[in-house]
Design a protein around this ligand. Structure first.
Ligand code: 6PG
Length: 257
């Protein structure tokens, strides 16, 4: 079910988490096809946490394993915990296990955030890696074809946590922060960079997220960090399962299930 809200957000509600994950993989595959046809390459930035893992596993299986042009795809991260790859908290480590080790993507096209140097150095190095990859001029934010985001029950997204200075970052594309569950040093992309994306997809599932979804989509007051994800020129999609959408009133033509 797809609805449109006033601010041109698309809301897609799938019957359960598995169908939501499948829809996410389809969005990934369609974005890859369109980007390669249009620009010859496809760049995606993915999130960590538990929500995207079913989708990641599907990307490593048929039909997605075969129908995505992995040789023209580059994968980046929206955020990362500053831990080694083999730490259970590592977003890169999880994605590697879930799909990157199972698809024919050249290693040089997988761009994990530098998680084992100082957070300040890691943030700077990743920003340099992104600028080199996109070959963008100084002061210009590169454009990712697709960005997947999750949302915490406190309304954080990426590792942009309530009340932190990172929410005010306007210049750097990647900044060091500390917080979250687990409470760790992390690297996160900043708002101006994320909001430059062509297509931004929030993937949110589960009853425990129903309150934050209702607030994000129906409250006029913008009190959560995730409220400030507003693509400058791109498309914003809320990809939900029924449980996460269960408190929506349906007044904007979506939800109410
Ligand atoms: C991270 C994630 C984070 C995540 C939300 C939701 O590295 O922690 O990027 O932003 O998307 O915390 O996490 P769940 O999907 O586990 O609910």
């Amino acid at each position: 079910m797809i609805g449109k809200v006033k601010k041109e957000k698309s809301v897609i509600i799938e019957v359960n988490a598995a169908q939501m994950a499948k829809k996410g993989a389809e969005i990934f595959s369609q974005a890859a096809k369109k980007s390669v046809e249009t620009r010859g390459r496809f760049s995606a930035a993915i999130s960590g946490g538990s929500t995207p893992r079913d989708m990641h596993r599907m990307l490593g299986e048929e039909p997605f394993r075969s129908n995505i042009t992995w040789d023209k795809t580059d994968i980046f991260w929206v955020d990362e915990r500053c831990v080694p790859e083999n730490d259970p908290a590592s977003n890169y480590g999880a994605a590697k296990k879930d799909f990157l080790d199972r698809v024919p993507i050249p290693e040089a096209q997988v761009h994990p955030m530098p998680s084992e140097v100082s957070p300040e150095k890691g943030a700077f190095n990743y920003q340099q890696e992104i600028l080199t990859f996109f070959n963008t001029g100084a002061g210009e934010f590169p454009v990712f074809d697709l960005i997947f985001l999750g949302v915490g029950t406190d309304g954080h997204t990426a590792s942009l946590f309530p009340g932190q200075g990172s929410l005010d970052e306007k210049v750097r594309m990647v900044v060091p922060v500390k917080g979250g569950h687990p409470d760790l040093s992390r690297l996160t992309m900043s708002y101006p960079f994320i909001n430059n994306g062509r297509q931004i997809v929030f993937m949110i599932s589960g009853k425990e997220k129903a309150g934050v979804v209702k607030t994000l989509l129906e409250d006029k007051q913008r009190r959560f960090p995730a409220h400030y994800i507003e693509p400058l020129n791109g498309q914003l999609i809320f990809l939900l399962d029924r449980a996460a959408a269960s408190l929506l009133s349906g007044e904007n033509g979506y939800g109410g299930c």
